[in-house]
Design a protein around this ligand. Structure first.
Ligand SMILES: [Zn+2]
Length: 240
């Protein structure tokens, strides 16, 4: 199959579009024909290499992917070939105390697929192998590209706002970089919970995008005094 692979760390010139062996699935895995895959900063960090970051080489990046299931392992009961799915990229043991109570990010075996897995193994390829537990039916209303764009940023923002900050209806939530991947999810999560996102971005064009996502309070950090605007918006209460 074709894939985007790097065999050493460096700039974009280390990326090679080449033929590699198709992944072989185990009894609890599924094989997906990738229709769309997302890019995250993780992919750039992995390619550049960071001190303390262990990346298996050769490496295929890509933690967000959506596609059609083309093969299922012998133990997989609830997914079949032809299913349209997106990947939930958090891999964990699924049996420890943390996994059992929904805090899989604390699992000692927790890894982000396509970032900390390998060699090869990510979504920037024609085919991708993931545990059956890690695929979710693609919502009918989403196209392939949309479905492949949201998992990692949605999970991260959700964990931050819902799991940790426990946002409530009426809360003012300052979203710095609101037009980016995490920020755009944060704005939408705030709206779902009835909280009031204050979107901060560096251009009017980006803020217009935030407005279409449901942000009513917009601050252009290049043109406006953020602190003063926040005081104004919250009637001097400040953000929650
Ligand atoms: Zn675990």
């Amino acid at each position: 199959m074709k894939a985007v692979v790097f065999e050493e760390h460096g700039g974009v010139d280390v990326l090679q579009y080449k033929n590699v062996a198709e992944p072989k699935i185990g009894p609890n895995d599924v094989l997906i024909k990738v229709q769309a895959a997302g890019c995250n900063y993780n992919d750039i960090w992995a390619r550049r290499g960071l001190p303390g970051l262990r990346v298996s080489l050769p490496h295929i990046s890509g933690s967000d992917a959506a596609g059609e299931v083309v093969e299922v392992g012998s133990e997989v009961a609830d997914i079949k070939s032809g299913d349209e799915v997106l990947v939930y990229p958090g891999l964990s043991c699924r049996t420890c105390q943390f996994c059992a109570n929904g805090q899989d990010t604390f699992c000692r075996q927790y890894k982000i697929w396509g970032f900390q897995t390998g060699p090869l193994d990510g979504g920037h390829a024609e085919f991708a192998k993931v545990p059956a537990f890690n695929v979710i039916p693609k919502p009918k209303g989403l196209g392939w590209v949309e479905a492949a764009s949201l998992a990692l940023v949605l999970l991260t923002s959700w964990r931050m706002l819902v799991g940790r900050a426990r946002i409530q209806a009426g809360d003012f939530v300052l979203v710095w970089g609101a037009a980016g991947g995490l920020g755009s999810m944060a704005v939408q999560i705030c709206r779902v919970f009835g909280a009031q996102p204050i979107a901060v971005a560096s251009s009017d064009e980006k803020l217009e995008f935030c407005r279409t996502l449901g942000a009513e309070h917009l601050i252009n950090r290049k043109k406006q005094d953020v602190l003063k605007k926040v005081r104004e918006i919250t009637d001097r209460r400040g953000v929650d």
